[in-house]
Write a protein that binds this ligand. Structure first.
Ligand SMILES: *[C@@H]1O[C@H](CO)[C@@H](O)[C@H](O)[C@H]1NC(C)=O
Ligand SMILES: *[C@@H]1O[C@H](CO)[C@@H](O)[C@H](O)[C@H]1NC(C)=O
Ligand SMILES: *[C@@H]1O[C@H](CO)[C@@H](O)[C@H](O)[C@H]1NC(C)=O
Ligand SMILES: *[C@@H]1O[C@H](CO)[C@@H](O)[C@H](O)[C@H]1NC(C)=O
Length: 305
C-alpha cells in the first residue's frame, strides 16, 4: 500500500485529468479500471499488465514500479511531464512498452533510461532538444525507439552504445541537419538488419564517412529532407539496404558511381518528387534492367523528357 501511495505523492501531482482517476489499470478481462491514490488496492491491481498514468506530473522521479510484477505496458502520455529524473524507471520489470509521448520533455539525461529493461520506448511529441551522449547506453532489451516530432538538431553516432537488440530507430519530424562520420557505429551488435527513419528533417549534409562501418539496413528513410546529391563514395560505404527512400529531396541526378556502386546493394530506391534532370532520368531508365534495385520515380517527372 505504502509504495503506491508513494508512487503518486513523490511525483508531485498538480491537477487531475478528465476522469479524475490517478491510474487506469486493466483487470483479468482486460477491462480498464480506475484507481485513486490512497484508496485500498482492488483485487488484481498489482497483477495488471498495463498501467496508464492519468495525472499531471511536471517532474517524474522515484516511482516504485517493482510492485507490479506483470507489467508489460506503462503509458505516461500527455501528463505534462517536463523532466524525468535519473533512476525513475530503475525498478521496472522486463517491460514491453514504455510510452512518454505528448509531454514537454526537453532533454534526455543520462541515468533515466540506462539499464531499463524495455523493448519499445516511445518519446514522440515532446520538445526534446538535447540527448546526452550516454542517455541510451546499455539498454539490453531495447528493440525500437521512437523520437518523432521533437526538436533535435543533431544526430550522434555515439548514441545507443551496447543496445544490442535495437532494430528500429525513428526520428522523423525533427530538425536534424547532418549525418556525421560513423553515424551508425553502435548498431548491428545482435541483429541482422536495422531500420532508420529520418523522414521530415532538414538533412542537407551526409558526411563521406557517415555509413562507414554500417551493416545491413532494412529501411533507410531520408525522405523529405534536403539531400542535394547521392554521392557514390558516401553511399558506396553501404553494405545493403532493402528500401532507400529519398522522396521529396533535392536530387537532380543520380551519379554514375551511385548507379554502379549502390543500386546493386538495394532492393528498392524511391526518388519521387525530386527535381531530377531529364538526361538523368533517361540514363536511369536505360540502366533499369541491368541493376538489382527497382527505382521508383514520379510519372510526371518523365513528362517533358
Ligand atoms: C497482490 O495483491 C493481493 C491482494 O489484493 C495479495 O494477496 C498478493 O499477495 C499480491 N501479490 C503480489 C505479488 O504482491
Ligand atoms: C507494444 O508496442 C508494440 C508496437 O507499438 C505493439 O505492437 C505491442 O502490441 C505492444 N505490446 C504490449 C504488450 O502492449
Ligand atoms: C553490454 O551490456 C551487457 C548486458 O546486456 C553487459 O554484460 C556488458 O558488460 C556491456 N558491455 C559493455 C562494453 O559495457
Ligand atoms: C548488378 O547486378 C546485375 C545482376 O542483377 C549484374 O548483371 C551487374 O553486373 C551488376 N552491376 C555491378 C556494377 O555490379
Amino acid at each position: 500500500m505504502l509504495r503506491t501511495v508513494q508512487l503518486l505523492l513523490l511525483a508531485l501531482p498538480t491537477w487531475s485529468m478528465v476522469n479524475n482517476a490517478d491510474l487506469i489499470w486493466f483487470d483479468d478481462d482486460g477491462k480498464p479500471q480506475n484507481y485513486f491514490a490512497r484508496q485500498p488496492y482492488p483485487e488484481g491491481f498489482n497483477q495488471t499488465s498495463k498501467l496508464v498514468v492519468n495525472q499531471k506530473f511536471p517532474l517524474l522521479w522515484e516511482v516504485k514500479f517493482e510492485f507490479f510484477d506483470n507489467l508489460e505496458e506503462l503509458v505516461i502520455d500527455d501528463c505534462g511531464v517536463n523532466d524525468v529524473l535519473p533512476g525513475t524507471f530503475k525498478d521496472l520489470q522486463p517491460l514491453a512498452n514504455l510510452s512518454l509521448a505528448l509531454n514537454n520533455i526537453k532533454a534526455v539525461k543520462e541515468g533515466v533510461f540506462n539499464f531499463v529493461r524495455v523493448k519499445n520506448l516511445n518519446l514522440e511529441h515532446n520538445r526534446i532538444q538535447v540527448v546526452s551522449p550516454r542517455a541510451f547506453d546499455n539498454m539490453p532489451h531495447l528493440e525500437r525507439i521512437v523520437l518523432d516530432f521533437n526538436e533535435l538538431r543533431r544526430w550522434s553516432g555515439e548514441w545507443f552504445f551496447n543496445c544490442s537488440r535495437l532494430a528500429t530507430v525513428s526520428i522523423t519530424h525533427n530538425f536534424l541537419e547532418e549525418l556525421p562520420p560513423k553515424a551508425f557505429r553502435n548498431f548491428w551488435l545482435g541483429v541482422e538488419q536495422v531500420s532508420f527513419y529520418f523522414s521530415y528533417n532538414k538533412i542537407d549534409r551526409i558526411d563521406r564517412e557517415a555509413f562507414a562501418g554500417s551493416g545491413n539496413f532494412g529501411d533507410l528513410f531520408l525522405d523529405w529532407n534536403d539531400v542535394p546529391r547521392v554521392d557514390g563514395h558516401t553511399f558506396g560505404k553501404l553494405t545493403s539496404v532493402e528500401h532507400l527512400n529519398l522522396n521529396g529531396d533535392s536530387l537532380r541526378c543520380l551519379s554514375e558511381e551511385f548507379i554502379n556502386g549502390v543500386l546493386n546493394k538495394t532492393r528498392l530506391v524511391s526518388v519521387l518528387e525530386n527535381p531530377l534532370k531529364c538526361d538523368c532520368l533517361k540514363e536511369l531508365k536505360k540502366r533499369q534492367g541491368s541493376v538489382r534495385a527497382e527505382v521508383v520515380y514520379s510519372p510526371e517527372q518523365t513528362v517533358d523528357c
